[in-house]
Design a protein around this ligand. Structure first.
Ligand code: SF4
Length: 466
């Protein structure tokens, strides 16, 4: 029996957590399979679709053979992701035959039907109702309210102890290398009380870490003009500072992703430094570059001029803050001098965790038309030099943790070790801390205290204390 692949959230099918879909189906119950490609934001969409289907009485199948129809949630961000999506649709057609396509690539239906004319329906991103309509058309529901019980936390594709919470969709910026605003539209934020209600429900159901995602977390609520609503008799603005403060009161770690360095990010840092708050001292900030001219050509929302000052100000308030970022090297027109500025900036900024991409044209992106594209071998050389520096910084930062005592969350336990993460590590994208002695009583989701004994390039090893 061929198993379906879900490859969130890091696009590595071999590393992706196993989907928790195993609920027994009753005879005659229609069953749907889901292939979820792309980023954590797409993963959240897949979870929503599955939750709705489950609520309507559909069973969920982890393999093609057990499914009456298959939904493929596609990614269209890079040309390589488009090719992967087309391939996944082809596989689902071959293995199952009844295929409904949704997600980012669904914004270009002819692109899909041109290659795969037999797909039953193509819907775009966030068109939940249309996906459900297509499923109803292909495989009518057969609900039985006495046996179809929806797990209160919905259907999760991430392990039970952590969960992504999407607070807004879309983006008001126009970065030239990005087509997300074209695919996903302008910023649309969820009401703050709806986010908090979902977060509370997740925590009540055993989630110990909430990963807050969006396209632009700092901009949360801008489209709602930061409207005020009541939450537990308190007035609450739809603003990231208010939302983060409230989320930090829940009994779970709260980690912020995709935060742009706007000035008001400063207001989040004192919350991270507060011992009473569970808002982690962790910021995932996509800086992308450090040279003002490169950033201008990218049309990035926040220019770099003051980012080093901002970083220094954050660290003055919260010395333990972990900063993760992503960068693009080889952007059209990037000169050696601009690249060198980026390397020098890295020396100053001393970021803890860094991802780096070599610039790639994406169909529809405005950066494709910029002059002076950088030759492939220069991109590769810059990537190597950048990663060498980033790795040296990460190694030194991890070495400085040896001897320190800290809390870790357990992700997995097998015969050899417990794989955990410190507060500085987001699941799937950052490093791990391994405990290889006395770990037998641990289980995923436990938060325990360890002393760090050893450090490598990206990971740590430690022993339980107390
Ligand atoms: S901020 Fe820029 S890179 Fe991020 S989603 Fe918006 S347009 Fe794309």
């Amino acid at each position: 029996m061929r198993a379906m692949s879900t490859n969130p959230p890091n696009l590595r099918p071999d590393l992706a957590p196993a989907a928790r879909l195993a609920t027994a189906t009753r005879p005659g119950q229609p069953t749907i399979g889901m292939v979820s490609l792309g980023c954590p934001k797409a993963l959240v969409d897949s979870e929503r679709i599955l939750t709705r289907l489950r609520a309507e009485g559909y069973g969920i199948s982890p393999d093609y053979a057990g499914a009456d129809a298959v939904i493929v949630n596609t990614c269209g961000f890079l040309d390589s992701a488009k090719a992967e999506s087309l391939e996944a649709i082809g596989e689902a057609l071959k293995e199952n035959g009844k295929v409904i396509v949704t997600g980012c690539l669904g914004a270009e239906p002819e692109y899909i039907t041109g290659v795969h004319p037999k797909v039953l329906a193509v819907t775009g991103p966030h068109q939940y109702e249309q996906v459900l309509d297509a499923v109803h058309g292909a495989v009518p529901p057969d609900p039985d309210p006495f046996v179809d019980l929806l797990p209160a936390s919905g259907i999760k594709l991430t392990p039970r102890h952590y969960s992504y919470v999407k607070i807004s969709e879309g983006c008001n910026h126009k970065c030239k290398f990005c087509i997300i605003p074209d695919m996903r539209g302008r910023l649309a934020s969820r009401p703050a009380h709806a986010v908090l209600r979902e977060a509370e429900k997740l925590v009540d159901n055993g989630v110990r870490e909430l990963l807050i995602i969006s396209q632009d977390t700092s901009a949360y609520g801008l489209d709602r003009k930061h409207d005020v609503n009541l939450w537990k008799d308190r007035e609450l603005r739809s603003h990231i500072t208010d939302l983060a403060r409230e989320l930090g009161q829940l009994d779970a770690w709260v980690r912020l992703h995709y935060v742009y360095p706007y000035p008001h990010v400063r207001d989040l840092i004192p919350l991270m430094a507060e011992s009473a708050s569970n808002l982690l001292p962790y910021l995932d900030i996509p800086f992308q570059h450090a040279h003002p001219d490169t950033l201008r050509r990218m049309a990035r929302p926040a220019a770099a001029a003051k980012t080093l000052d901002e970083i220094a100000a954050w660290r003055a308030v919260c010395p333990d803050i972990t900063l993760r970022s992503t960068f693009i090297v080889g952007y059209p027109g990037e000169t050696e001098e601009e690249f060198q500025t980026l390397l020098d900036w890295m020396d100053e900024a001393q970021l803890d965790r860094v991802g780096c991409f070599q610039y790639e044209n994406v169909a529809g992106a405005r950066s494709n038309d910029l002059p002076n594209h950088v030759p492939e071998e220069v991109k590769q050389d810059r990537w190597d030099r950048f990663m060498e520096k980033a790795q040296a910084i990460s190694e030194a930062k991890l070495a400085a943790k040896v001897g320190r005592t800290m809390q870790v969350i357990v992700d997995e336990v097998d015969d050899e070790a417990a794989t955990c993460r410190t507060q500085a590590d987001a699941p799937e994208i950052d490093g791990n801390l391994f405990i290889d002695e006395g770990f037998e009583g641990l289980k995923p989701g436990d938060i325990v205290t360890v002393e760090v004994e050893e450090a490598g390039e990206y990971d740590l090893w430690g022993r339980l204390t107390g």
